[in-house]
Design a protein. Structure first.
Lengths: 292, 789
């Protein structure tokens, strides 16, 4: 599937920000066999005095920019054309949960895709007995890890309400879990906490969702802004599997990946502290238009 | 009777009974004094208790006068504490010292190899010598630094080790400090204070001096700068940090610039200091800030004490961090379980000094061992970087221990319970054995490690306890190591020989200038308020009722400063003094210790007065006390402070504040309709009663008061005199010179000064003064924009 993507994030500051330095993770990723970038471009207003493109530890494309003029608003825009292919159908060859630790031990490495990064706590994920207990119910009724990931994701989708008003970007997973409300970021953080609580390596994926549904299908939740979903490591044979708990579906060709990380902190689209600026407001717009 | 005189040593040691089962530093197993201690302890024993007490008080006074403190955090108290010096130094034998030095040098080399691998090829994990999860789930393994080679070629430049002597008499490493080790500056202060207590013994004893170590390290850091750079920075988390005193102390001692994250910025991949003369590059930073806080862009997001882009500058190879960002990963407690093995793998030999036995519960075998032997172990968080006797301890549940251990697994370590040797401490004048550990410092000079010949000893507060932390009542002691006989007394302050070299100074960092500027303003504001309040309460005491016209006028003027006239010591005054004290705290490396102590005293006094002073005479007298203390401080500053640029900012702050206040005073008290006595009050607040009397020999009139407090350039209190001072100071700041008249600041000054100078006592009025106050505020804004932003 071929997509044209347009995205903009605008920040408004109550007082003029004197200068700023940002780290951006906004560009669609180049992923051999599933996602091909035909063109991608980012623009920043006001015009930065420094512009550095690089890759972070996990291989995500980053842009570091520096703005040295006082400004009351800043604008980050992306346009891209991306071809997305659905990963092949999954024959469930994933291990039983009890056998997963042994398979993880087969990876004595801290290379970026190693499952070891995605276990235990990370800056925005802490493991809570409540969430682990919540995950145990689907765990007990699942044969395999892959099956478990889907059952857990379905359970979260059923139990939680999608509610853009309920949470903020800094809401901890536990709060969202207790309220059973949230946006894609909360669904994703809750599911990651649950999976890690069971010892399943789980990470955070940021990206886009097609805004216009195929004929006869409902529009997916979270398509108006940047989206987030979960990646889970389902054993040596199966490897990483992506699952969208907000929409209760396996990630196929409606999702376009920007970045992978342990949690939101690793992939936040715009980072950077303002000197002398107070609370700011954000407006986000996303259009993902299929071309055929 | 005769026996006592014949053997003062025996008498002195009569209470000294070391516990069984651990060695004692002073006495060997037969109870005889060890050779390293013989001279020292017999001379100590020969001293009368009274004399010893006097000498100890000399040492303590030194520490107080030097302002040595540490900050302690608690749920209910957060305060600075006197430095808890244990007055008996720890004496080490030559053999012990040789063993410690050699063992720790090897360990430092080993740790360098480990950290280079963890941020490089990661072969240790790949080959199974280190578990992947121990690194991947370690918060101190900083992903943005993976693959980054340090500019200097080394990750570690300054490290410390906590060591203790175990029951078998050999030394054990208790902890590795590689992040930002503290204590070296405190070790220096302990030395100075201890050398004072035992001045005669110290002078003749072969005790290795510490200054050479610091000089070599300083020279090494200086040699790592880029061409043309003027400074090496010490990066501190700021005055709220536990060991801020030490950061400021080391900065002063070594001539380095004390910096906070906000002093720095990154431009095109280079690290820069914001100064009053614009951005200046810097490439060597001795970091006292934990790495994860140092860059909110790539490391801990919420950090407000870091510098956005710092990691970028490091990655681009433009800055040397001492130690490299990420080196803190070596402090993880679980790593100790693997170091014996890593030594074999990387150095081809066992550890020369063993570390405390450690089992990482992520491995089934180790977990089983911990399960069976937990009664003689402490359990702790595997990733904790604290010392086993300080933090990170974990208490297992009462029941279901085996399940709990299985569940926690790799998050836990078991460590052998530490039993430390004892060393003498003076408790109420008697010598008593107390548990002890040592912190030893190593610095890299080129490819070589040098060991500080001495260190920092921690002494437990009770004989049984192994709790050595100072916040738990532990004490600190000096460490004496045998030096070369006949060594020259050396010190950092005296150059080895020949000509005096004046250190070139880089431009003043903007934040330091800003703090000095506000220090000047707050002190001057406090003084004005104190004079105003004294005049007010003196008149109140003279039984004029509060409703009288003059008191009403003064009360209104007080309210203009947001002071409540009903409060004898208004909150605003206490706040202004507190603000002065805080501003000074941010620049304590540029400030005399006497000045800091004077402000602390002033702050304390004002707070005390606020609780108990009553209106009228009592308040007037309290204000006189505060005024004396304020004058003491300003006297120190203006008589003693070297005329660095920093002093000029302090003086600029004072002049701008004084100009504003004096203009406001004139506006309030010289209105033709003002109450009787208001002119005299203005002259009193302006501290010009005597001058007025001598200069005009008439009673005060509007004209004489305007002349004296407004226009008389010879009166250091007049508004015009402040403008002249400001002009003089600006001429010494960057940007002064031929283009100066065109700067907005110079124009603002010229405008205000000309406006004022063109007035005569007859034309000066309240409307003009109000405009003048606005012009002074504009000057302050322009100054901030030009130099302090």
């Amino acid at each position: 599937m071929l997509y044209d993507i347009r995205m903009s994030i605008a920040y408004d500051y109550p007082g003029a920000a004197s200068s700023a330095r940002h780290l951006l993770r906004l560009l669609p990723a180049e992923l051999p066999t599933v996602q091909r970038v035909i063109a991608r471009e980012a623009r920043v207003t006001p015009t930065p005095v420094e512009w550095l493109e690089a890759k972070d530890f996990f291989g995500n494309a980053t842009i570091e920019v520096s703005l040295d003029q006082p400004h009351a608003e800043s604008l980050f825009e992306v346009s891209a054309r991306v071809e997305r292919t659905a990963p092949g159908g999954l024959l469930d060859v994933s291990p039983r949960l009890a056998d997963l630790p042994r398979e993880i031990d087969l990876y004595p490495t801290v290379a970026p895709r190693s499952p070891h990064h995605f276990l235990g706590a990370s800056p925005r994920i802490t493991l809570h007995p409540e969430m682990t207990a919540y995950a145990h119910e689907p765990a007990d009724s699942s044969e395999t890890v892959l099956d478990l990931v889907q059952r857990l994701g379905d359970r979260i989708h059923d139990d939680f309400d999608f509610d853009p008003e309920a949470t903020e970007v800094d809401t901890p997973a536990l709060t969202a879990f207790e309220r059973r409300h949230g946006v894609c970021q909360d669904f994703t953080h809750v599911m990651i906490s649950c999976l890690r609580g069971l010892g399943i390596p789980a990470g955070y994926v940021s990206g886009f969702l097609r805004t216009v549904p195929p004929k006869g299908q409902a529009r997916l939740e979270g398509a108006d802004a940047m989206h987030a979903w979960v990646c889970a490591w389902c054993g040596h044979e199966t490897g990483w599997v992506e699952y969208d708990p907000t929409n209760a579906l396996q990630v196929r060709q409606d999702h376009i990946v920007i970045a992978y990380g342990r949690d939101y902190g690793d992939v936040a689209p715009v980072k950077g502290m303002m000197r002398l600026a107070g609370e700011h407001s954000t407006t986000q717009k996303v259009d993902v238009i299929p071309l055929e | 009777m005769e026996g006592q005189i014949a053997n003062p040593l025996q008498r002195f040691l009569s209470d000294y009974v070391p516990p069984q089962g651990v060695p004692d530093e002073l006495l060997d197993s037969d109870g005889s004094v060890r050779p390293a201690w013989e001279t020292f302890i017999s001379r100590l024993a020969a001293m009368s208790p009274e004399r010893l007490a006097i000498r100890i008080s000399h040492g303590d006074r030194y520490l107080r006068d030097a302002g040595v403190y540490f900050r302690r955090y608690g749920p209910s108290d957060d305060a600075t504490r006197d430095w808890p010096l244990s007055h008996v130094p720890i004496l080490l034998s030559e053999a012990d010292w040789a063993e410690i030095s050699a063992g720790l040098t090897e360990r430092a080399d080993l740790l360098e190899k480990v950290v280079a691998d963890l941020y490089g090829e990661n072969r240790l994990v790949a080959q199974g010598h280190l578990p992947a999860s121990l690194i991947a789930q370690n918060a101190e393994w900083l992903r943005p630094l993976v693959g980054v080679r340090p500019r200097s070629g080394h990750f570690l430049h300054f490290v410390a080790f906590d060591i203790g002597r175990g029951p078998d008499g050999s030394w054990w490493v208790l902890g590795d400090r590689t992040q930002a080790p503290s204590g070296a500056g405190f070790a220096l202060e302990n030395r100075i204070a201890t050398a004072r207590v035992y001045s005669d013994i110290y002078a003749t004893a072969d005790v290795a001096r510490l200054a050479g170590f610091f000089r070599e390290f300083r020279d090494t850091l200086m040699s790592m700068r880029e061409m043309g750079e003027s400074r090496v920075g010490i990066l501190s988390p700021g005055p709220m940090n536990e060991t801020y005193f030490e950061h400021a102390y080391i900065a002063r001692y070594l001539g380095f610039t004390l910096l906070e994250g906000d002093d720095l910025a990154v431009r095109d991949g280079r690290l820069m200091v914001r100064t009053i003369d614009g951005f200046q590059p810097i490439s060597v930073i001795w970091r006292r800030l934990d790495a994860s806080w140092s860059d909110p862009l790539e490391l801990r997001e919420g950090s407000r004490i870091g510098t956005p882009g710092l990691v970028r500058a490091v990655r681009d190879g433009n800055v040397t961090m001492v130690n490299a960002l990420g080196a803190g990963v070596l402090e993880s407690r679980a790593l100790m379980a693997f170091l014996p093995r890593l030594s074999e793998v990387l150095a081809g030999r066992p550890l020369r000094l063993p570390n405390i036995a450690t089992w990482w519960c992520g491995e089934a075998g180790a977990r089983a061992y911990v399960r069976e032997n937990v009664e003689w172990m402490t359990l702790a968080d595997a990733f904790s970087t604290g010392l086993s006797y300080e933090t990170g301890g974990v208490t297992p549940p009462g029941t279901g221990f085996a399940d709990w251990l299985e569940r926690k697994g790799g998050g836990l370590v078991g460590q052998e319970k530490v039993r430390l040797s004892t060393a003498p401490a003076l408790i109420n004048g008697r010598l008593k054995p107390r548990p002890m550990s040592l912190r030893i410092f190593l610095a890299r000079t080129g490819d070589r490690w040098i060991v500080m010949p001495g260190g920092f000893a921690r002494i437990g507060h009770s004989a049984e306890s192994n709790v050595l932390a100072m916040r738990e009542g532990g004490r600190a002691a000096d460490v004496w190591v045998p030096g070369d006989p006949g060594q020259q007394a050396e010190s950092l302050v005296s150059p080895p020989r020949g000509t005096i070299v004046r250190t070139p100074r880089g431009a003043l960092p903007s934040r330091a200038a800003d703090n000095l500027f506000w220090l000047g303003r707050y002190v001057e504001r406090s003084e004005y308020l104190v004079r105003l309040l004294r005049a007010y309460h003196a008149r109140l005491a003279e039984s004029e009722s509060p409703g009288g016209p003059l008191l009403r006028l003064a009360a209104a003027h007080l309210k203009g400063f947001k002071c409540d006239p009903a409060q004898p010591v208004p909150v605003q005054l206490v706040n202004a003094i507190r603000a002065a004290h805080l501003s000074a705290g941010h620049v304590s490396d540029r400030f005399s210790v006497d000045g800091a102590l004077a402000l602390a005293d002033l702050d304390r006094t004002a707070a005390e007065f606020a609780d108990k002073v009553t209106p009228g005479d009592d308040a007037a007298r309290a204000m006189s006390v505060l005024l004396r203390k304020l004058n003491g401080f300003t006297g120190l500053v203006h008589d003693n402070m070297y005329r660095f640029t920093g002093w000029r900012f302090l003086s600029l702050g004072r002049a701008l504040e004084r100009a504003t206040n004096m203009a406001a005073c004139l506006a309030a008290f010289t209105d033709p309709a003002a109450a009787a006595g208001s002119l005299d009050m203005a002259v009193e607040i302006g501290d010009s009663v005597m001058t007025h009397h001598r200069r005009y020999s008439v009673a005060t009139t509007r004209e004489t008061v305007f002349d004296l407090l407004g226009l008389d350039a010879l009166n250091p209190r007049s508004v015009l005199s402040q403008f002249n001072d400001i002009e003089r100071h600006l001429a010494h700041l960057p940007g002064a010179g031929e283009h100066r008249p065109t700067t907005p600041l110079a124009r603002a000054l010229l405008r205000a000064r000309t406006d004022l100078a063109l007035q005569t006592p007859e034309t000066l009025d309240a409307a003009f003064l109000t405009r003048l106050i606005d012009e002074i505020a504009d000057m302050s804004d322009q100054l901030t924009l030009a130099y302090l932003g």
